[in-house]
Design a protein. Structure first.
Length: 343
């Protein structure tokens, strides 16, 4: 009897141990505890606005003459005209065409010094003891990097015709646009300002602009002044929507052209030469203050004296002819005509 009870107790203890070993083992997924399917979907990322663009120009190809396009970026564009090879510096076998990579953008190139003439002006003013900031320092607008695939020497600078957005032109309309150059072959590691003169004779760019929508003449007001009748709608009839006015076309960019400067420029392979378009803002002139009226009392004009009260103003009575001494005949007076004829 005791052995049977002992055996049953051992079997029951083994079963309980087996059940307790499975408690907490494994993993169970409760509803709602898993990852949300929405979080697993890739969220769209905003596409960054490009700040640079690239293109390729060719130098020394007789089949390619005239201006070649610049990359278009952020409203800027235009053309570049590379000089024709100089016969005196052309090799005997002729000038082989050289591909020149062009990188244009509104951000400063990383392989060139920072275009900051204002910092140099501040240093100059600090040495002179001037504390005021120079508000007419050049402001960089557009950078053009030239990288040749092989060494080549240009006997003059390229000619640039840059299309500038109209809002930028209006912002600096009172200023001056210029062209700067960073040449890595020079010892001075900064931009040289005003390396080319403005070409004011260049024509404006021909931009394809959509024509403005034709405006219909406004109806004349009725003489009675009564409003126009509103059309009645039948049951189930929907009103015809009025078409929205089309937006007006934007103004085309303004072309700012520079002449080619007769200065030799060496392009070393894979070594960028950077041209920069800049503007010199003109400080706004403060309005002159209006003249303050004088508070001093002005001298009053004395009233004109009346004829009766002023003795000077009254005319003195003229003496009678008999009372006048000039009217009395003097004994020395000339004889009269009657006495002269008397014997």
């Amino acid at each position: 009897m005791k052995s049977w009870w002992l055996g049953a107790s051992v079997a029951l203890a083994s079963a309980l141990a087996a059940c307790s070993g499975n408690i907490g083992g494994g993993s169970s997924t409760l509803p709602g505890s898993g990852a949300s399917p929405i979080s697993q979907v890739a969220q769209p990322t905003a596409t960054p606005t490009p700040l640079q663009a690239n293109s390729i120009a060719t130098y020394g190809d007789p089949h390619i003459a005239g201006p070649q396009p610049l990359p278009t970026i952020a409203g800027y564009g235009g053309t570049i005209t590379l000089p024709t090879p100089n016969p005196s510096s052309t090799p005997k076998g002729g000038q082989q065409p050289v591909a020149i990579g062009i990188t244009a953008g509104i951000v400063q190139p990383t392989d060139a010094p920072i275009f900051d003439p204002a910092a140099e002006a501040r240093k100059h003013n600090f040495l002179l003891g001037i504390k005021k900031a120079d508000k007419s320092a050049p402001v960089p607008l557009f950078f053009i990097s030239l990288v040749a695939t092989s060494d080549v020497t240009l006997h003059e600078f390229p000619k640039f015709a840059i299309d500038v957005p109209r809002d930028i032109v209006l912002k600096y309309r009172a200023g001056t646009f210029g062209l700067a150059l960073f040449d890595p072959a020079k010892k001075s590691k900064h931009y040289d300002l005003a390396v080319a003169d403005l070409d004011l004779a260049s024509p404006a760019p021909v931009a394809s602009v959509a024509p403005l929508p034709a405006t219909s003449p406004s109806p004349s007001a009725s003489p009675s002044g009564s409003p126009s009748p509103v059309p009645t709608l039948r049951p189930g009839q929907t009103p015809t929507p009025t078409p929205a006015p089309k937006p007006s076309a934007t103004l085309p960019p303004q072309r700012i052209a520079f002449k080619s400067t007769v200065t030799e420029l060496q392009l070393v392979a894979n070594r960028p030469v950077v041209f920069a378009l800049y503007a010199i803002p003109v400080p706004k002139s403060s309005p002159s203050p209006s003249p303050v009226p004088s508070l001093k009392p002005s001298a009053k004009a004395s009233p004109a004296p009346s004829a009766s009260s002023s003795p000077e103003a009254g005319a003195s009575p003229a003496p009678a002819a008999s009372d006048s001494p000039e009217a009395v005949a003097s004994p020395l007076a000339a004889p009269s005509a009657a006495s002269s004829t008397h014997p």
